[in-house]
Design a binder for this molecule. Structure first.
Ligand code: SF4
Length: 326
């Protein structure tokens, strides 16, 4: 008997942006924003994508929902290839695959009242009567912690946290199986961040939604994720379940990133490690291991051979690491 395919399977994803042709001189190489990235997300799971800004995590997330068209590679939702769907077929598939943006204000139509914004996908897809739509919108408002009477307000009349709740209500409208969350709390105050993160977790427990959660705040990631994938300069360098990754990071880059996360126990003094230098340009990534120009453990082989992402036995499961020595 064939096992069910993962909810989301991304394989060898690439997104290269062509640089504009200069008036004089040779053409510039393409920017390799995402280069050969593979991962899966299971039903009801949260996979966090983390890394420094510019590492390709947002481009990866947007490629999954085809807000960015991948250069090559495969994105399958429940076994169905998404990269070859027509615009109309993709529009239909978006019922199962929604996105919540970092800046809810920019993603909400300022001319529409909140109730209309949340009802829009229902009007486009669900074939409901006006009364059924009203009822569903009221349920969604209540579910994300907004008062039903605020459906008449416009986006600018809400606070930042309320606007993000509105974005979540709109994403939930059609009962999606997967929501791509692109830095959904990084523009919010810390106290509001916790409320929105807890809301997302409650919704997952209740409705079984999976999240692909893009974030740079590792404290938030530690709270919300089941597994974590670490990206560096357009490539995946480590993937593991959350507890394994935070307790025993293997890749030197992950180790340095995690050393900056505050520890809740005041008796423990973490050793803070610092990343040396700036990340290289994705238009001209270093050969071999892309991290070798900043890695304290780099050796000759690192400058020549790219280490593949390979499985290592970990306590509870498998930890995938792209390093010649870890
Ligand atoms: Fe560092 Fe070499 Fe491992 Fe890359 S392969 S992370 S340069 S030790």
């Amino acid at each position: 008997m064939n096992a069910a395919p993962p909810l989301l399977a991304v394989e060898k994803l690439r997104k290269h942006y062509l640089s504009p042709k200069p008036w004089f001189g040779p053409a510039k190489p393409p920017i390799q924003a995402v280069d050969d990235v593979s991962f899966t997300v299971e039903r009801g799971e949260t996979l966090a994508l983390v890394g420094e800004s510019g590492c390709g995590k947002t481009t990866t997330a947007k490629s999954v929902v085809r807000l960015v068209e991948p250069t090559s590679g495969s994105v399958r939702l429940e076994g169905e290839e998404l990269t070859t769907l027509s615009a109309e077929q993709m529009r239909q598939r978006r019922k199962d695959l929604q996105i919540v943006f970092q800046d809810p204000y920019a993603s909400l139509d300022p001319r529409l009242p909140a109730g209309e914004i949340v009802a829009e996908p229902l009007r486009n897809f669900a074939g409901m009567t006006a009364a059924q739509r009203r009822e569903r919108v009221q349920w969604l408002f209540a579910r994300v912690g907004l008062r039903p009477e605020s459906a008449a307000k416009f986006p600018h009349e809400f606070s930042g946290g309320q606007r993000q709740r509105l974005g979540i209500a709109r994403a939930l409208a059609l009962n999606p199986k997967l929501i791509v969350c692109d830095e959904p709390v990084s523009a919010l105050d810390v106290s509001v961040q916790a409320q929105v993160v807890n809301l997302l977790m409650d919704l997952q427990a209740e409705l079984g939604i999976a999240y692909l959660f893009v974030a740079h705040d590792l404290a938030v990631v530690r709270h919300i994720s089941h597994r974590v994938a670490v990206m560096y300069l357009g490539q995946m360098v480590e993937v593991a379940d959350r507890d394994t990754l935070f307790a025993t990071p293997r890749h030197p880059y992950t180790e340095i990133l995690l050393s900056a996360v505050p520890v809740p126990n005041p008796r423990v003094r973490p050793v803070r490690m610092l990343l040396q230098g700036d990340p290289p340009s994705p238009a001209n990534p270093p050969p071999g291991c892309r991290f070798h120009t900043r890695c304290p453990l780099a050796q000759a082989i690192c400058r020549e051979e790219r280490p593949p992402l390979t499985p290592r036995e970990a306590g509870a499961g498998t930890q995938w690491v792209a390093c010649h020595f870890r």
